[in-house]
Design a protein around this ligand. Structure first.
Ligand SMILES: NC(=O)c1ccc[n+]([C@@H]2O[C@H](COP(=O)([O-])OP(=O)(O)OC[C@H]3O[C@@H](n4cnc5c(N)ncnc54)[C@H](OP(=O)(O)O)[C@@H]3O)[C@@H](O)[C@H]2O)c1
Length: 379
């Protein structure tokens, strides 16, 4: 009778999901959407997760609630948040004794990287939409991984490239399975995708397309930042490092298509040149802003390229991203991943996917430990 009870109790325990306690850094477009997605998911009847948001911070304020931040969080944040001091926030959370902590970085901040080390040492796993850590110096990148290993902590960052599209995880899986990746190329920026997809197919000036992209919320406040390609360079570098290519951001060859030091108001003066560029392309070819990692040549480059308009990249439309992965076994027909590569909803959903992946791995770990205990008990 006693054995039967123990069996039932332990089996039930082995199946239960781990509660993950989330600290959210950033409550902008992606952060706010993520909070709402988490709260909605917890209310769903078929929900299999157990996620609690215990703190939310922006660059100046932070709100903590160890019982869980829920529905009226925006009002609570305005009313009850205190001055944001990262060390204080982290130490208060550690003092609470809560386990399974995850720090979710949905900022675009460089400064927050100064706290990754402290977070890991304090027991946090990491999830980031912020690309700055993985596109930082190689030294930082490698040290971060050493610290994660040392403290047995995990780091998920699927949304660093292609927003919610699954790109990093499939590449990790290919690498882990011993597949030799030879080349990755594609269109990695929703903004540049939109701009050049319209430029290729519509009779409208380049500057007007950029203005409309900005009006539709598809660009940074200063669209020149998108057109310069730094964000694309970061994404390409992150993918390169994923397959073991040890490069720095400066190693990405940027084939600029804009004159140096240009401002947004200068763009109309370039319309005639852009129009000529379009007219002088080879028959059946269109211009796309492409990032390419050539593993064999050991090069990373980004810039405008003329491609066959019937190729997968040539047919791209809207603000979609497309990523082609070539490898020893996918050499003629690459793996092609395509879809919306920007937007707060898809990005937040991708970050939530990362949090759930972390929760599942913690559950598996816990179950493994329990199953050893269970086997010992019934042996
Ligand atoms: N939007 C997309 O489609 C997309 C796609 C893929 C990846 N991402 C990445 O997701 C991240 C967030 O994007 P977003 O569009 O949500 O940006 P956003 O609207 O500008 O929001 C950024 C948030 O981070 C906060 N913040 C800044 N520095 C901070 C710090 N040191 N500590 C805590 N919070 C800080 C800001 O607070 P304040 O308001 O006080 O400044 C704000 O709440 C970025 O790294 C972006 O590259 C975005």
């Amino acid at each position: 009778m006693y054995d039967w009870f123990i069996n039932l109790f332990l089996k039930h325990k082995i199946m239960s999901t781990t509660n993950v306690n989330i600290v959210l850094f950033g409550k902008g477009n992606v952060g706010s959407t993520l909070i709402n997605q988490i709260i909605d998911l917890q209310k769903k009847e078929n929900n299999k997760t157990n996620l609690t948001i215990i703190a939310i911070a922006n660059s100046t304020k932070a709100l903590i609630n160890f019982n869980g931040i829920e529905g009226n969080w925006e009002q609570d944040f305005n009313q009850f948040s205190e001055n944001y001091q990262p060390e204080k926030l982290i130490s208060e959370i550690v003092a609470s004794g809560l386990e399974n902590l995850v720090a979710v970085d949905v900022t675009a901040s460089q400064e927050i990287l100064n706290y990754y080390d402290l977070l890991i040492k304090s027991g946090f796993h990491l999830v980031a939409a912020n690309k700055k850590a993985n596109a930082n110096t190689l030294d930082f990148y490698q040290n971060l991984r050493k610290k994660l290993n040392k403290h047995n902590k995990q780091f998920f960052y699927e949304t660093n490239v292609g927003a919610g599209l699954p790109i990093i995880e499939p590449i990790k899986n290919l690498v882990a399975a011993g597949e030799k990746i030879t080349k990755i190329n594609g269109v990695f920026s929703g903004t540049l995708s939109y701009v050049f997809n319209r430029f290729a197919t519509q009779n409208i000036s380049f500057s007007e397309i950029v203005t409309q992209a900005k009006r539709n919320g598809l660009t940074e406040p200063n669209p020149i930042e998108d057109l310069e390609g730094t964000d694309v360079a970061r994404k390409l570098l992150i993918l390169a490092r994923e397959i073991g290519v040890e490069k720095e951001l400066q190693d990405v060859q940027v084939n600029a298509f804009l004159p140096k030091d240009i401002t947004e108001s200068d763009l109309p003066s370039l319309d005639a040149d852009f129009h000529n560029l379009k007219l002088t392309q080879k028959e059946g070819h269109v211009l796309k802003y492409i990032g390419e990692l050539d593993v064999e040549k050991n090069t990373l480059s980004i810039g405008l390229q003329a491609v066959d308009k019937n190729s997968p990249i040539g047919q791209l439309s809207g603000a979609d991203n497309i990523i082609q992965i070539f490898s020893e076994n996918y050499n003629q027909n690459p793996i092609v991943i395509q879809g919306a590569g920007a937007g707060k909803e898809v990005t937040a959903r991708g970050v939530l996917g990362d949090i759930i992946r972390l929760a599942n791995s913690l559950t598996n770990l816990k179950n493994k430990e329990k199953s050893v205990f269970y086997e010992e008990k019934i042996a």
